[in-house]
Design a protein around this ligand. Structure first.
Ligand SMILES: Nc1ncnc2c1ncn2[C@@H]1O[C@H](COP(=O)(O)OP(=O)(O)OP(=O)(O)O)[C@@H](O)[C@H]1O
Length: 284
């Protein structure tokens, strides 16, 4: 089986699919790096300013231009993903109750989809399935799991996110979570292991880098603490079956994002107006 990193071709939007490879940046030789999101989750970690939100915007941008994908965006800072609000089926700002309510509904969608697959004697959705794919993007994870609300609410949020990351992939739900607090309480091993893709931007120390990439990578010579703090967007990208590769993340300026988001929103409005089939996976 070829590596998901090796897929060479991405069509031009708006006919993108979340099944198509996502262009995510350049490797240390200046070569484009693509990755496949479907059936996988992506975790982004690193110190403030490392470039996580910028990279997450690439992920959301690809999904926004993907005709088969709904967006569920949860943004503790409101402004990191806020430019995609018009494209989103659900947009959650710094509101833990709303975030929990949204994840509970997503969990229900996930359960319904499993019942449907079971009734069809199938294990996972495929490209020509009627079920729409869903991107769940969360920035900043720690805001909801450790900062606001009570411990019970935070744990409930974390449990929901973990369940969706664990069971959502086969039913077309991709979880992309970012945090500037890569510590074991925010990203326990049990959560990290659910993310096939992990990108560590500049980290304050080796142990933070290992929290994102996995224990032992620093000892093998891969630590995001060695990244120049002035080199924003530079990081180490790890696929589940590989070794970390240096990646300079693709970067969209604010104006770029506004242009892409406005275009994607208008395509989505047109599609919704012309829709003839019900949306089986709607979370809105
Ligand atoms: N790939 C990139 N190429 C060039 N510049 C970048 C790149 N990524 C980020 N930057 C620059 O770094 C700044 C901070 O990036 P970003 O907001 O993505 O960091 P962050 O890790 O999300 O920080 P925080 O945790 O504080 O939100 C951006 O405003 C941009 O100027």
């Amino acid at each position: 089986m070829s590596s998901p990193l090796a897929r060479p071709y991405t069509p031009v939007g708006p006919n993108l699919s979340i099944f198509d490879p996502l262009f995510i940046g350049l490797d240390e030789f200046g070569q484009p790096v693509h990755l496949s999101l479907i059936y996988r989750n992506i975790l982004l970690g690193g110190e403030p300013g490392a470039g996580k939100s910028s990279l997450l915007n690439n992920v959301v941008g690809h999904a926004a231009l993907s005709d088969d994908t709904d967006l569920v965006l949860i943004d503790g800072k409101l402004v990191e993903l806020g430019l995609w609000r018009e494209c989103a089926d659900v947009f959650v700002g710094p509101d833990l109750d709303h975030a929990i309510d949204t994840l509970e509904r997503l969990q229900k969608v996930m359960d319904n989809r499993y019942e449907y697959l079971d009734s069809q004697r199938r294990q996972k959705i495929v490209r020509d399935d009627v079920m729409r794919r869903i991107l769940l993007a969360i920035d900043e994870l720690a805001y909801f799991s450790a900062t606001v609300g009570t411990k019970i609410e935070q744990d409930h949020f974390s449990a929901l996110n973990r369940d969706i990351a664990a069971r959502g992939r086969a039913v077309g739900i991709v979880d992309a979570s970012a945090t500037q607090r890569p510590s074991s309480d925010i990203i326990p091993t049990s959560l990290r292991c659910l993310f096939a893709w992990r990108w560590a931007g500049r980290c304050v120390d080796d142990s933070s880098s290992d929290v994102v990439l996995g224990h032992g990578w620093t000892n093998r010579g891969y630590s995001a603490a060695r990244i120049d703090p002035n080199n924003q967007g530079e990081g180490l990208l790890l696929a589940e079956d590989g070794i970390p590769v240096a990646l300079k993340a693709a970067h969209m300026t604010n104006d770029d994002i506004i242009r892409v988001a406005d275009y994607a929103a208008s395509v989505r409005r047109t599609r919704a107006a012309n829709a003839t089939t019900p949306n089986l996976g709607a979370v809105a």
